[in-house]
Design a protein around this ligand. Structure first.
Ligand code: A2P
Length: 395
């Protein structure tokens, strides 16, 4: 089912579960709602904060009630995604955008009759950017790149990964993070570790969907073809230069904290610096481990680093709330020594081993407390040592 946006046609692959607006809506956040075109928008007025997307039907192209509903929703302060659905034709696209719609879902048959070029002529191709000088100026901010989403994959109800094109001038070191935002009136930027290698021509990010999250509650709707903003400056402490030379590297992650390590293990230089790399990823449930398993598999089979990774990289993933997994938290596995006995390796030694951690604040503190007792000291780029941490993106 094609969806028309100001950027052109997009084919929606993710099935969105639209709830009827007149039903008892669940109390959760991030809802997608179908609003009949004869509805009274007031019925949603105190629920708009919880709704991420509203779809309004157009039973025929002569029925314009949906346009006024869109205007009313915008004037009530609805900031989520607004989609027209059904018989909207390309001549009406400009009017739909003006009324507050973000996009129009059309049938395959209409998309054949009215191809993308016709929609562009009637309002696509950044029509709204042209209307608003402010938007143009913002996109031209020399500190920000506007990039296109090329792929989105949802792994669980709460986790998804997405790729974007990479501007030639965007440079980063494996393990670093960057600030990401959406082209919205009220821009919010959040820190995201880059999950892709520093040498590929795409960027990849792994995100949690926080129901009330200022950015993720919007970001979770992105589709290929959408634009996102990335700041040019990258930074972070999970870079190999913040560590002294050593022989083994321990990379401990929980949740989305796996992302910077996925970038690092794609760096051929990492395998030159260390004889062994031990990557751990701990989540609550097994399905939350799907992304890291898929990515580590890809690294092992990568034509560039696969051979090095197969020789030097050990990957240990574990679900703490999965009755069958049973290994428990990473802190317990380190303290009990089980992690090392399972991998048949020696316990950590501050003289020769280096450690990076990326998880929630609690995870970082607790893991550091264990390593600190063993003699590890926190380092930074200005003062490299044998332990560094970064907090995984949380909002
Ligand atoms: P648990 O299931 O025992 O809480 P979250 O999804 O809350 O970010 O947690 C991700 C993973 O990190 C879970 O497996 C969780 O285990 C674990 N975890 C949470 N807090 C800590 C901590 N302070 N130390 C070690 N592991 C932790």
């Amino acid at each position: 089912m094609p969806v028309v946006t100001v950027n052109g046609f997009r084919n929606d692959t993710v099935v969105i579960n639209f709830l009827p607006a007149d039903s008892e809506l669940p109390s959760s956040e991030g809802l997608a709602v179908d609003l009949p075109n004869d509805a009274d928008v007031q019925m949603l007025s105190d629920q708009l904060e919880r709704i991420d997307m509203i779809r309004i039907p157009f039973p025929s192209s002569a029925d314009g009630r949906g346009f006024s509903l869109a205007r009313q929703l915008r004037s009530l302060g609805f900031r989520g995604r607004l989609r027209a659905h059904g018989h909207v034709i390309s001549d009406q696209f400009r009017y739909a955008l003006d009324s507050g719609f973000d996009e129009v879902e059309i049938s395959d048959e209409l998309s054949e009759r009215q191809p993308e070029s016709q929609w562009r002529d009637h309002g696509g191709h950044d029509y709204r950017a042209k209307l608003s000088g402010k938007r143009d100026a913002e996109v031209e901010d020399p500190n920000i790149f506007s990039v296109s989403v090329t792929e989105v994959k949802h792994y669980t109800d709460d986790l998804f990964a997405f790729k974007t094109n990479r501007p030639d001038a965007f440079r980063f070191n494996a393990g670093e993070f960057v600030m990401i935002g959406l082209e919205r009136e009220n821009r919010v930027f959040r820190a995201y570790s880059i999950a892709s290698a520093s040498w590929t021509d795409e960027l990849e990010f792994y995100s949690i969907k926080v129901p009330e999250g200022a950015l993720t509650s919007q970001l979770k709707w992105i589709r290929p073809g959408d634009k996102i903003l990335i700041k040019k400056k990258t930074t972070g402490s999970l870079v190999s230069d913040a560590l002294l030379p050593g022989s083994r590297l321990f990379l401990h992650s929980t949740g989305t904290g796996i992302a910077p390590f996925l970038s690092l293990i794609m760096e051929p230089s990492l395998y030159e610096q260390f004889d062994q790399i031990i990557l751990t990823h701990t989540c609550r449930t097994s399905d939350e481990l799907r992304y890291s398993k898929e990515k580590v598999d890809a690294v092992m089979n990568d034509e560039y680093v696969g051979e090095l990774a197969s020789e030097k990289l050990h990957f240990q993933s574990n679900a703490t709330r999965d009755p069958e997994a049973g290994l428990g938290r990473i802190t317990r596995q380190i303290e009990s020594g089980e992690l090392f006995s399972r991998l048949n390796i020696n316990s950590p030694d501050p003289e020769t081993d280096r450690v990076m951690v990326c998880g929630s604040k609690g995870v970082n503190l607790d893991v550091y407390a264990i390593y600190e007792k063993l003699g590890f000291v926190q380092g930074s780029l200005s003062r490299p040592a044998n332990f560094v941490w970064e907090r995984a993106f949380v909002d």
